[in-house]
Design a protein around this ligand. Structure first.
Ligand code: PGA
Ligand code: ZN
Length: 394
């Protein structure tokens, strides 16, 4: 059972304040967890609380609900947290920080790593495994300040057969792209998720990325992917601002299909707003067989929203689901629907690396943690390197 809960406001990678929780169990074991803070939350995801102040925070309703001596195990903890959320006593950021802290405390009490604990909570459904990387090279959409509006993320997906070489390839491609854009435009800033922000439209970025892949000699082992984050391109229902044009859903579908063919895209996330069913359907019929269409804002990591046939895969974000249990339930529902699993960071991150353990626990095929630059992103690459040893170990 839980004997003590501590909460505090800490900084995220954009110097906004977010929440960290510490949970102590009767066994004396303590776990810590924190919540990321997104620039672009989707409208279907669970609402987060107002930005807290830095330093210690007391939420009497939270302590009362968790430390009455009756909370046993992750599911009960998360049920209480959902109750607090529904009673408007806690946002999804607070419930997530507490849920992760509790999971870490229990893993510590049992003397097992977090990924093993999460795998057991998942029901040991499938073999744990290391995901492949999707590496953010260019940032656009509302992750970038200023026009033109385009894809939120343009990514390279290395597939060399091993994590170390995938990271090396991604870094070479990123470095080459960075050098080439600086030659053309001078110094370019990094976005929150450590993608390069360049004054080019999305097709121009894809061109540049393809050239960087070719220049580094990795064309055989790399494909490209994008997060369209279409909800944030809407000008009105059924119309999308893309570059300097506003396109109807059918025209946008045709344009996306054309880009997917031209740039050998293996991953296409949120190509349409969730309400635009016809857009999703038209696009899927027009894509190469090798392109996976994945729903992020579409499903909002909510098991009850998963409909087979809508997309090939789901993007899992702990902070959309708000608890460990709800995230695992969304992963299980997506698997039952035959979907591919990809785990994702948020634009504002902390040093928390639970998303990497989650990806291994559910055997996700893919993970995106941003560009290979700066501490908040490197914390995730480094955790994957650690996990690679334990998952690979006999
Ligand atoms: P967000 O974007 O954290 O701003 O929602 C993250 C993503 O979808 O990659
Ligand atoms: Zn997204």
């Amino acid at each position: 059972t839980i004997t003590a809960v501590r909460l505090r406001g800490i900084l995220d990678s954009r110097a906004r304040v977010t929440l960290e929780a510490e949970v102590t169990l009767a066994s004396g074991h303590t776990g810590t967890g924190s919540a990321p803070r997104a620039i672009a939350p989707g409208r279907l995801e669970r609402r987060r609380g107002p930005g807290p102040a830095l330093g210690p925070i007391t939420v009497p309703a939270v302590s009362a609900a968790l430390t009455d001596g009756t909370v046993q195990g992750q599911q009960q903890c998360d049920t209480r947290l959902v109750g607090l959320y529904e009673a408007d006593e806690a946002g999804s950021d607070l419930t997530l920080a507490l849920s992760l802290a509790h999971a870490r405390a229990e893993a510590a009490a049992r003397g097992i790593p977090l990924h093993t604990h999460l795998w057991q909570l998942y029901g040991g459904r499938t073999a744990p495994g290391l995901p492949r990387l999707m590496v953010n090279v260019f940032s656009g959409g509302i992750h970038r300040t200023g026009p033109p509006r385009g894809f939120q993320q343009v990514m390279v997906l290395p597939a060399t057969g091993g994590l170390h070489t995938d990271i090396e390839v991604a870094d070479r491609v990123f470095t080459a792209a960075h050098r080439n854009v600086e030659r053309r435009f001078g110094p370019v800033p990094l976005s929150a998720s450590s993608g390069l922000m360049v004054p080019l439209d999305s097709a121009g970025q894809l061109d540049l990325l393809q050239a960087a892949v070719a220049e580094t000699g990795h064309t055989e082992v790399c494909t490209l992917g994008v997060d369209v984050a279409a909800e944030h391109l809407l000008t009105e229902p059924g119309r999308y601002r893309f570059g300097d044009r506003v396109l109807t859903a059918p025209d946008f579908a045709d344009h996306l299909a054309d880009l997917a063919h031209r740039f050998r895209m293996s991953f296409l996330e949120d190509p349409f707003d969730a309400a635009d069913e016809a857009g999703w359907a038209r696009l899927r019929g027009a894509l190469p067989a090798t392109t996976s269409v994945v729903g992020d804002d579409l499903f909002a990591t909510d098991a009850t929203r998963i409909e087979p046939g809508r997309a090939d895969g789901i993007l899992l974000k702990l902070s959309q689901a708000g608890t460990v249990t709800a995230t695992l339930a969304a992963a299980a529902a997506a698997r039952r629907a035959g979907m591919l699993l990809s785990v994702s960071h948020r634009s504002g991150e902390t040093e928390d690396t639970a998303m990497c353990d989650l990806a291994v626990a559910v055997g996700a095929e893919l993970i995106k943690v941003g560009g290979p630059r700066r501490g908040d992103r490197l914390a995730k690459y480094n955790q994957l390197l650690r996990l690679d040893e334990s998952v690979a170990a006999p």
